[in-house]
Design a protein around this ligand. Structure first.
Ligand SMILES: Nc1ncnc2c1ncn2[C@@H]1O[C@H](COP(=O)(O)OP(=O)(O)OP(=O)(O)O)[C@@H](O)[C@H]1O
Ligand SMILES: [Mg+2]
Length: 737
């Protein structure tokens, strides 16, 4: 058994704790899991069934490497969610009894975002500092904006929608009016990126009609608009890094040399883009470990084909495969149902899953008369579990096939006063106007050159109308600088009329700080320990322009007195609060007059001002869970897909999410509603690809296998759609379990 290797300064006591913890860690694993932990001689795939401890093994391997003295920056660990990343970090910290510094644990998105930020790498793809990351909602708005005056293009899409509607006999009703499918365009562009299709590629073969329309009429314009406005979407983060790795071998080489060990979870769902990113970084690295389960491939619709896992031996020479077959998660009953279901799939490697766990409760299969009764009853059962059986709320999950189905539960949960946690990009909370606005104000504290955020703030400054904002935007463009520079210039002129119109340029900025400090900047968790003198003297790196390039700005915008006063108030407060702690944000918002604006605005719009304030208050409570503003802003921008609640509020809420987002998670009690034909398995309209029944079955399988103790599957006899009553048949999967 391994003995612990501790840092030279560790006290004997800490040494003993560490060694005990490592022993415990290995003792709690089975033989195959231990083998996987110690294996490092060629690329390793742990091809294992559901709940067999794949993630546990990967996390333990990470902690074990750290405990052996491998430096965290030498291990690249790609997890499926940021939550899993934090969990991995915590485990390693608990073993080494110290904060994990310079670690590279994260999702493809967060790791790419970090790489893009290093050494101004973003400049290679024409981005400037403080680029803004768009979520799906903002992507949609962006496409709407670029198509605003393009009647011809919009007509193309309207005609397409009309045609699809006419073909789709089932959903015909009078009065259908096609609308431009912006959301569908966003998914389509995301799909292009996942398939590694660049906007400047030649038109690829095999696109369907809708994809072709988007590729030829929207994709390029969309990408160009993002670059010109200093914006990126989630897909770009990875795509740009792939492009940079291909075009700048020295950058790729740096990472190849840095990462001695590479660990990746859930590889069955890698899409082409992620595969390429990973393969580039792996190179001929032998100390590469990944885990996956071909029965849980559920992202085929997003371009993941399972190729990586199914052809692992072809991808990597001397590949070694370890199989795990003992399930530690679920009762015998749950596992039997899951095995019965998945055995109907033909395209699978096949596994013999077993468990030593108890027989457990029978599966609860319930039929209800209609959708509303189903929702009511499920919510009632959940209340009983919480109130009468003292089940912790976060051990209960409602897993739906689509987001829309989840939303149908929200209303009832709110009425029942049952706290629930919804993966937050679907969560309406961040889209509430006042919350969104507060977020923009907070964003510019951390990212002064984020023009996208400034644009959303400016017209809220008293006295500023759309015209002034437009002028400032144009002026920034003319001067080839950011809006912040123009605003600062205007505000300074107000404070000191004699200040010449000279400002530092915001174009190419090279923060003059050592790499160690940059590393801290890119990993906010590290900007904490004041007493750490080993890693350079900058504990909170400044992102102010450090270069000496000065540029004369040509600003001929005349502000009136009121505009000037209000702008300087904002800029002054921004300066005061920019490095502040998150608990000071309320003061910042007060000082800049945010609450006054809120009160006035809610009166005009007849919104409840108290409710508006409460919403902002909730946002600030979330912020307080973070050490600094950068962490908070990054979290919201990058990680908003996963839930933004604090750990405390999460523990008090039941989980409401799609089966897709529940991957890798586990709960004591799982509710799987709406198992009727057409909803599970889902049946898409004609313009979308037919759902692959095997992928649907895997999805149902993932849903069932999230449960430790009980599964509650339900279906309804009828539902209403456009004032028509539709009769439903129960899902075929119910017969198969
Ligand atoms: N050797 C073991 N002994 C006891 N419990 C274990 C062992 N290995 C894993 N577990 C527990 O089994 C459960 C499932 O583990 P884990 O989530 O790692 O499985 P997984 O294979 O990654 O599942 P999924 O396929 O859903 O991703 C966890 O609660 C974990 O703590
Ligand atoms: Mg897992």
């Amino acid at each position: 058994m391994e003995s612990s290797v501790s840092s030279p300064k560790a006290s004997p006591n800490i040494k003993r704790i560490k060694s005990q913890k490592i022993n415990d860690l290995l003792k709690n694993l089975n033989k195959e899991q231990r083998e996987a932990i110690n294996y490092n001689s060629s690329p390793l795939l742990i091809l294992a069934g559901v709940g067999t401890g794949k993630t546990q093994t990967l996390m333990s391997k990470y902690a074990h490497l750290i405990s052996k003295g491998v430096q965290p920056q030498k291990i690249l660990a790609v997890t499926f969610t940021n939550k899993a990343a934090r969990e991995m970090e915590k485990r390693a910290e608990s073993i080494t009894q110290s904060a994990l510094r310079f670690n590279w644990i994260g999702t493809f998105h967060s790791l790419s975002a970090r790489m893009l930020g290093f050494d101004q790498v973003y400049e290679s793809v024409e981005l400037k500092v403080d680029y803004h990351i768009l979520n799906q909602d903002k992507q949609r708005k962006q496409i709407r904006k670029i198509l605003k005056d393009q009647k011809g293009t919009k007509d193309l899409f309207l005609a397409f929608e009309q045609k699809m509607f006419s073909l789709n006999q089932k959903h015909q009703y009078r009065g259908f009016k096609p609308s431009v499918p912006y959301a569908k365009m966003v998914s389509c562009i995301d799909k292009f990126k996942n398939r590694l299709l660049f906007h400047d590629d030649d038109e690829p073969k095999g696109l369907n009609e809708f994809e072709r329309l988007v590729f030829l009429n929207v994709y390029t314009e969309y990408q160009e608009s993002l670059i010109s406005e200093n914006l990126v979407d989630y897909g770009d983060l990875i795509l740009y890094m792939v492009r940079i790795f291909r075009q700048k071998p020295e950058i790729l080489q740096k990472y190849r040399e840095q990462f001695e060990y590479i660990l990746v979870d859930e590889v069955q769902d890698l899409n082409l883009l992620q595969q390429e990113w990973l393969k580039l970084i792996i190179g001929d690295n032998k100390q590469f470990t990944c885990v996956g389960d071909d029965d849980q491939m559920i992202y085929g619709f997003r371009g993941a084909g399972g190729d990586f896992i199914l052809n692992f031996e072809q991808h990597f020479q001397n590949a070694h495969i370890i199989r795990l077959e003992q399930n530690y998660r679920s009762t015998k009953v749950i596992l039997t149902h899951a095995n019965n279901l998945i055995s109907k799939n033909k395209k699978r490697k096949g596994k013999n899953l077993w468990t030593e766990n108890n027989e457990g409760e029978p599966a609860y299969i319930n039929e209800f008369q209609d959708v509303q009764t189903e929702i009511d009853q499920i919510c009632r059962q959940i209340k009983v579990l919480i109130q009468k059986q003292n089940v912790p709320p976060n051990q209960i999950a409602i897993l739906t096939r689509t987001n829309q189905e989840g939303r149908e539960f929200e209303k009832q949960l709110v009425m029942d006063n049952t706290p629930y946690d919804l993966s937050s990009n679907k969560k309406q909370f961040l889209k509430i106007k006042e919350v969104e606005l507060a977020l923009y104000y907070i964003t510019v504290l951390e990212k002064q050159y984020d023009d996208f955020a400034w644009k959303h703030i400016l017209d809220k400054i008293p006295g500023f109308g759309k015209d002034t904002c437009k002028k400032i935007d144009e002026c920034a463009k003319e001067n080839k600088t950011s809006m912040f520079d123009i605003l600062n210039n205007l505000a300074q002129n107000e404070q000191n009329q004699s200040t010449p119109t000279i400002k530092k340029a915001s174009g190419k900025r090279k923060p003059a700080m050592p790499i160690s400090a940059l590393e801290k900047w890119a990993n906010p968790k590290l900007i904490v320990s004041k007493d750490d003198s080993t890693e350079g003297s900058i504990s909170s790196p400044k992102k102010e322009p450090q270069d000496n390039v000065r540029k004369i700005l040509k600003v001929d915008i005349k502000l009136n007195k009121k505009q000037k006063e209000n702008l300087s108030r904002l800029m002054k407060q921004r300066e005061i609060f920019k490095n502040t702690q998150t608990k000071m944000l309320v003061k910042y918002l007060t000082n800049i007059g945010f609450y006054e604006h809120l009160a006035k605005n809610s009166n005009i719009k007849e919104k409840d001002p108290v409710k508006c304030q409460k919403n902002v208050q909730s946002l600030l409570e979330i912020a307080e869970a973070f050490d600094d503003i950068k962490q908070f802003v990054d979290h919201i921008a990058l990680f908003s897909q996963e839930g933004s609640g604090s750990e405390e509020s999460e523990s008090k809420s039941i989980k409401l999410m799609t089966i897709h987002s529940s991957k890798g998670l586990e709960f004591d009690h799982v509710f799987l509603p709406f198992w009727v034909q057409g909803k599970m398995p889902v049946e898409f309209q004609r313009d979308r690809q037919a759902a692959d029944i095997e992928e649907e079955r895997r999805c149902a399988f993932v849903g069932i296998t999230r449960a430790r103790k009980s599964i509650h599957i339900s279906h309804h006899q009828m539902s209403d759609n456009n004032y028509q009553t539709i009769q439903h048949r129960q899902s075929v999967f119910l017969k198969e379990i």
